[in-house]
Design a protein around this ligand. Sequence first.
Ligand SMILES: [Zn+2]
Length: 415
Amino acid sequence: MAGHPGSSESLSARAKLAVTAGKAAAAVSRAAGRGSGSVIGGKVALRLDPELLGRLANHLDVVLVSATNGKTTTTRLIAEALRASGPVVSNALGANMPAGITSALAGGSDAKFGVIEVDEKYLAGVARDVDPKAIALLNLSRDQLDRAAETRMLAEKWREGLAGTKAVIIANADDPLVVWAASSSPNVVWVAAGQAWKDDAWSCPACGGVMQRPGDDWYCGECGFRRPTPSWALSGDHVLDPHGSAWPIHLQLPGRANKANATSSAAVAAVFGVPPQVALERMYQVQAVAGRYDVVQFQGRDLRLLLAKNPAGWLETFSLIDGPPAPVILSVNARGADGTDTSWLWDVDYTRLAGHPIFVLGDRKLDLAVRLEVANLDFRVCETLDEAVQLAPPGRIETIANYTAFQDLRRRVGN
Ligand SMILES: [Zn+2]
C-alpha cells in the first residue's frame, strides 16, 4: 500500500528520514531483482533510527502473534477479524523479524490496528518496542531433535520478557511450555486450543518433574504446576466463549490446527471489542496463506501444497490428508531456513501414510528414503517434481514440503 508513514506529523525528522531511506533502499533492492526489498528497507531504516519501530507503532492498537506453528495463518485470521472494526496494517508476507516488521508498519499510515507476526526469538524485544495491547502465544515445539533445550530456553525468554507486561496475553492452556511462559504476566486469557504434538512437554518446565497427562488435562505431580482453567475453548466445530455460548467455525482453511487458530483469533478479537460471531464470520474470507493449502494445476493434475516445518507440523499435515489412495509427494531440504540437521525425520510417524502411493523429492530425499524404508512404507525416489507428478496415480496429489522445499515447489508450479 502506498502512503506516508504513520501519523507523519508526529514523527521526528530523523524518523521521517529513516522511513524515506528505507523505502529508497527497498526500491533499489527491488530494481536489482532481490524480491520485495521490504527487509533490506527495514534494516536501513532501523540503522538510521533504532527507535523507529516503536514510533511507527505509536498510533496503532497492536497485537503480536508468536508460536512455532501457525503464526502466519493466525496473523491473517486476526487481521481479517479486526478489519470489522477499522483498517489494519500487518506483515502479511511473513517477514517477522524487526526489519520486516518495521517495513510493514511504515506502509500503514491510515491503519487503526497493527497485527504483527513475530519470530519466537524476537518476541520479547518487539513487545518492549511496540507496547502491544495484546499478545497471542499459540504453541512452542522444537524444530529439530537437538533443539529441545532451545525450546525450553525460548519459553524462559518469553517468561522473563513478558513478566509484568501491560498487554493482555492470549495463551494456549493446552501447551505447558506456553503456560509456563505466560504465567509471569498479570493479565492472561487462557484458550483451550489443543495440542496434537505432546512430545516436547513430558517434563515440567517449572521443576523438571514428570508431567502427568490424563486425557486433555496435564499437571506436574511434583510442584503443582498445572493446566489453567480456560475461558475460551475449541469444541469440535465451535468456539466456546467465556459466557459458554458456542459459535460455529466456518473456514476455507482445512484441519483441526486451523480451527484452533480460529479459536485463539476469536479470543484476540474480543480484546479489541470485536464479538466472536463477527470475528468468525470474517475469518471465512481467508483462503490460502502465502501459498499454503493452495490447490494448483500442474501438468493437468491438481496438487495441494502443504507446508510442514517441524515434527508438530508434519503431524497436523497428515491429519488433513484423506484416506488412501491419494498420492502423496514429500519433499525435504536442509538449507539454512530448514535447519541443516534432518534427525527430526525420526520423530515423525510416517506410518500414517501407509497405503498412499508416496514419492520422495528434495535435497535430502535419501535421508527421507531411509526413514520411510525403516517405517516399512512403499515409495519412489524422484529427481524432480515433474517426474513425481507423472508417476503419480489418478486423484488429487497431496504435496508436503518443509520450508525451502516448499518455496522450490511454489516456484516450479508458478504459484
Ligand atoms: Zn513441576
